[in-house]
Design a binder for this molecule. Structure first.
Ligand code: GRF
Length: 200
């Protein structure tokens, strides 16, 4: 059984995709052992609770000192004893100590075809605004291992999505989530659970 801890910051639609794929059997032999949010009002926490999954918030409000926040976040992960840490819309740059401790066992979903439109400051709608501004005809999403850079770890899976005439950033984001993110993140987790994708 692959035990996963999912880190979230917002709406949790990627978390919901994982929950739903485990429920319908598309992801085998996997259990979400904890959901961790850096925002205590994140709707992702409601999704976890509705699914009966242990859910905790570790916030900078509670831990104003960065070192204390990092220690609390690491403790929240350690307590769950996960085999894999999944960053699903998690907007915190992980402390190097956490990355070192879980190296090769942390994956992230990014809403572009890395190496395009990624790196510091590139998250959420900003990614799609940049893609539209550049005029790309194809974008998509990427699942990659997390290393100490920002969106720089080894790429595991990508899925392309067409940009349509008249797309706004919001319309494009929704298409990328529906057609790419919510498909490849569960697929990677299932691949790891089956041993088809080896942890780094
Ligand atoms: C999405 O744009 C996702 O690509 C990015 O975070 C945003 C929110 O994701 N990683 P979610 O709905 O909280 O899963």
């Amino acid at each position: 059984m692959l035990k996963i801890a999912v880190c979230v910051s917002g709406g949790g639609t990627n978390l919901q995709a994982i929950i739903d794929r485990i429920a319908d059997g598309s992801i085998e032999n996997t259990r979400i052992v904890r959901v961790i949010s850096n925002k205590d009002k994140a709707y992702a926490l409601e999704r976890a609770k509705a699914a009966g999954i242990d859910a905790v918030a570790v916030t900078r409000t509670a831990y104003p000192e960065k070192a204390d926040f990092n220690a609390a976040l690491l403790k929240a992960i350690d307590e769950a004893e996960p085999d894999l840490v999944v960053l699903a819309g998690f907007l915190v740059v992980l402390d190097p100590e956490i990355i070192r401790k879980y190296k090769g066992r942390i994956i992230n979903i990014h809403p572009s075809l890395i190496p395009s439109f990624c790196g510091a400051g590139m998250y959420g709608l900003k990614v799609h605004e940049a893609a539209l501004a550049r005029g790309v005809k194809v974008t998509g999403a990427t699942v990659h291992f997390v290393d100490e850079g920002t969106d720089t770890g080894p790429i595991i899976m990508q899925k392309a999505v067409n940009v349509e005439d008249g797309d706004t950033a919001e319309i494009l984001q929704k298409r990328v989530m529906e057609q790419a993110e919510w498909k490849i993140l569960p697929a990677v987790i299932d691949g790891i659970a089956k041993g088809k994708i080896t942890l780094g």
